[in-house]
Design a binder for this molecule. Sequence first.
Ligand SMILES: Nc1ncnc2c1ncn2[C@@H]1O[C@H](COP(=O)(O)OP(=O)(O)OP(=O)(O)O)[C@@H](O)[C@H]1O
Length: 353
Amino acid sequence: MTSGDVVLDARVAVRRPAFSLDVGLRVASGQVLALLGPNGAGKSTVLRALAGLLPLSEGRVLLDGVDITAEPAERRPVGMVFQDYLLFAHLSVVENVAFGPRCRGVPTRRARRLALDLLGEVGLAEYAAARPRALSGGQAQRVALARALAVRPRLLLLDEPMAALDAHTRVSVRSQLRRRLAAFDGAAVLVTHDPLDAMVLADRVLVLEDGSAVQEGPPAEVARRPRTGYVARLVGVNLYRGEAEGTRVLLPGGPGGPVALTAASSHSGEVFAAFPPRAVALYRDRPHGSPRNAWPLTVDGVERFGDQVRVHLTGALAVSADITPAALAELSLAPGERVWASVKATEVECYPA
Ligand SMILES: Nc1ncnc2c1ncn2[C@@H]1O[C@H](COP(=O)(O)OP(=O)(O)OP(=O)(O)O)[C@@H](O)[C@H]1O
């Protein structure tokens, strides 16, 4: 099998009285697809359906061209890492990892050997005899991954594998997971709420909202050119939809009527226009040199954001601006105050809607 062949080719449709999901997924050999989306979008439902833990209302699941839609979960070449790992507390670590192969008929000693090899690969050989309760969160995650890989899956499913970890542990576990995923030649589907996980771990991102795919592409592309408010907020960019005529984009705007925005590139028709909060400069008075994109706005709120301060502004446009704490002090901004916001046209990314 050469890298790039399609391993997973699925359409997953699940209908429940209050929820309906219909999404197509294609993942090539060695690739990681991140499913990103708000709570209740259907991410876990997709994983459970792919794993065979939930019947499809419609659609099918092909793995390496073989239709496994009717196969029960235990017969699918699928490994799954659950959010809280679900390690068996009464089994040792090595027995946990050997569990899948044992269930699939691999003789005890061979399954144990395989499990020990996998534990060695995730750096936990010395914990083979330990019980899961003796493991840290990061170690438990690595055991869960070894257990998922022990069935030699062609499809690896990871449901928020970092959610149970503290922020500090997450950084190191994320980079270990990245290395493990790079060595895996099947298809991987990762569910996450965290755009950083998607950026670091995935080759492609599929954004799911209310049971439908609303955007799909390489992580950097999705971050640079979000197509929904959810994605824009997630990656922290200001996103607008309007009508372009050349580099001029007319946005429906707020209470004062339409607002014109000058973008870097020329377009015609319905477009998205996006710019990052760090590209927004704030002034007490109308800025000189008349930058084309300058609006008088009102401060709606101020919050700490890393080592920056994010200022939320309302008015003709809703804009978020990142400024330094020093700039905040100098401007002495407080909610309700009027301020000028400006953005260079070269910072405004414009793309067809
Ligand atoms: N077993 C179930 N029976 C009925 N409805 C369910 C079941 N599991 C989930 N749902 C509903 O299906 C929808 C999708 O849920 P799902 O857990 O797949 O979303 P999600 O994107 O994974 O959300 P989260 O990020 O909160 O885990 C939700 O409306 C949820 O309430």
